[in-house]
Design a protein around this ligand. Structure first.
Ligand SMILES: Cc1cc2nc3c(=O)[nH]c(=O)nc-3n(C[C@H](O)[C@H](O)[C@H](O)COP(=O)(O)OP(=O)(O)OC[C@H]3O[C@@H](n4cnc5c(N)ncnc54)[C@H](O)[C@@H]3O)c2cc1C
Length: 479
């Protein structure tokens, strides 16, 4: 029986472990945290379940959905998405609804938006490989400055002109202004993930899926070591031989799947060429601070989450867990909100004491007026390091030599969001885990670095619905 070490018990690592266990491999998972699920873990706060910020599951890929349903069984519900943008004390539906947008913007501002959109049709701005020129050309400068600039700069910590256009091509894709308007009128979201208006949510929180995968692995002979950080992967003659833990213990394996940050993986390897080390310095991450506030009251707002675009507020997104699966709240008359703050590891915010972060969150919440006079009765802070790989302009030319270097090491499989420096949603990390298992099991044709977050699987598309998996033919719609 071959043994495989898996670094990290997030969606990518656990899916790889789950699939390898089914194929009779012996897996040993090492997780730095005290719980499985990675960024998708579900925590218990004040007697209720909450995720690390908003986590909706959506995929149109049949194999990913089949696996998710295999694990979830019937323990999920479909949630009708409602999310809005909060900008200058007004709520804009997202995805956009023309009447609401027009009402909020006012006739004059709406005219300016349309005018600047038309200018781009006649005299388009030159594309420079950056996010700003990509969005301006597609939506016009006015809409860019209202709906994209402030939020993106808050999230990424760099100017939109320094952000790579890859971020837009992967997340906004081929969406046009007309398509967004058409979709809001016809109610058909087409193929755009951004516009999908229903998603599946497990009755035990997002983390339930990964807890169950972990249970399956353990029931079938695999091991999970929590609170166990891996220091480095041991490589000899360009082949991974095992791992060394932080406490100095060395363990040998036939293969190693790594979902730890790609930069940390490389930092502790021997014989990394100078050019690769130099490129690694250009691959940076953004951190999230989540401030959870317990509010004495309900019915604050009806969205699952709000995007906070208003200039002057530090908070970027507010999740209201009451509006996901109300049944998870039992009969509580309280509300848990999660307010997201984004920063770099060397920003003072990242090192601020909890009390200061709670004060920022409370003051921003008060500024929005969302809680009205309902008091905050408790608070908790969670810090998630390195959760956003920053697609700084030109990042891909830095990433390519790094990928080539790792491709030259056999039996080592770096996958996952920070594990492969790709802006994955959980479905992409699940796919990477599935394919890593197949590759280890002998399918050499699989190129793990080739999995992109904008991949589409039209041949085998199928979506999760209330009653299970439905293909396009079943529903008569695009999925
Ligand atoms: C605020 C927020 C909102 C999100 N919303 C959504 C959403 O709506 N829908 C969606 O699909 N996705 C969403 N995501 C993305 C989703 O969380 C990730 O795509 C997913 O968790 C990535 O899985 P992963 O296994 O690649 O990485 P992770 O979940 O990060 O797992 C990696 C694991 O490795 C462990 N680890 C790291 N270093 C070591 C080490 N040296 N030794 C041992 N263990 C180590 C970590 O502790 C972690 O548990 C969101 C993410 C954030 C931060």
């Amino acid at each position: 029986m071959k043994t495989v070490a898996i670094i990290g018990a997030g969606p990518a690592g656990l899916t790889a472990a789950y699939e390898l266990t089914k194929r009779n491999y012996k897996v040993e998972i090492f997780e730095a945290q005290d719980q499985v699920g990675g960024m998708c873990r579900t925590i218990t706060l004040w007697g209720c379940l909450a995720d690390l910020g908003p986590h909706r599951f959506f995929s149109s890929d049949r194999q990913i959905n089949e696996l998710w349903l295999e694990v979830a069984g019937n323990d999920y519900r479909m949630v009708n998405r409602q999310t809005r943008i909060f900008y200058k004390n007004r709520f804009f539906y997202y995805p956009l609804k023309p009447v609401n947008a027009l009402k909020n913007l006012g006739l004059w501002e709406a005219f300016r938006c349309m005018f600047s959109y038309c200018v781009q049709k006649v005299l388009p701005v030159r594309l420079k490989g950056d996010f700003e020129s990509w969005v301006v050309r597609r939506f016009g400068r006015r809409l860019f400055s209202i709906f994209f600039k402030n939020y993106s700069e808050k999230l990424w910590g760099i100017k939109c002109s320094e952000l790579d256009a890859d971020f837009a091509t992967q997340r906004i894709k081929k969406l046009s202004l007309f398509e967004a308007i058409k979709s809001s009128i016809t109610g058909n979201s087409g193929r755009h993930k951004t516009l999908v208006d229903q998603f599946a949510y497990p009755t035990g929180g997002t983390g339930m899926i990964y807890e169950r995968m972990g249970d399956y692995v353990q029931r079938n002979g695999g091991l999970i070591f929590l609170n166990t950080k891996v220091k480095r992967v041991l490589v000899e003659n360009n082949t991974a031989r095992g791992i060394e833990l932080e406490n100095g213990t060395v363990r040998l394996y036939d293969a190693v799947v790594s979902t730890m940050p790609l930069t940390s993986l490389a930092a502790n390897l021997e014989n990394v060429p100078g050019e690769v080390r130099q490129n690694l310095r250009m691959l940076t991450f953004r951190n999230t601070v989540l401030v959870y506030l317990l509010i004495d009251g309900k019915d604050l707002f009806e969205d699952q989450w709000l995007y906070i675009h208003s200039p002057g507020l530090s908070v970027g997104r507010i999740t209201n867990f009451r509006n996901w699966l109300p049944e998870l709240y039992n009969n509580s008359d309280k509300t848990i909100l999660a307010l997201e703050l984004w920063c770099n590891s060397d920003d003072p915010m990242w090192h601020s004491p909890d009390e200061k972060l709670i004060e920022i969150a409370k003051s921003d919440l008060a500024e929005t007026g969302l809680a009205r006079s309902m008091p905050v009765i408790d608070a908790a802070v969670y810090r998630i390091p390195k959760c956003y790989p920053v697609y700084a302009k030109g990042y891909f030319s830095a990433l390519l030599p790094v990928q080539q270097f790792f491709s030259g090491i056999s039996n080592l499989y770096p996958i996952g969001r920070y594990g492969s420096f790709k802006y994955n949603n959980q479905d992409h990390s699940i796919l990477m885990g599935m394919l890593a298992a197949r590759k280890i099991d002998g399918d050499e044709s699989i190129d793990l670095w080739g999995i992109n977050t904008d991949y589409e699987n039209y041949q085998e598309s199928a979506s999760i619905t209330e009653t299970g998996l439905k293909t396009a033919a079943d529903t008569g719609m695009l999925v």
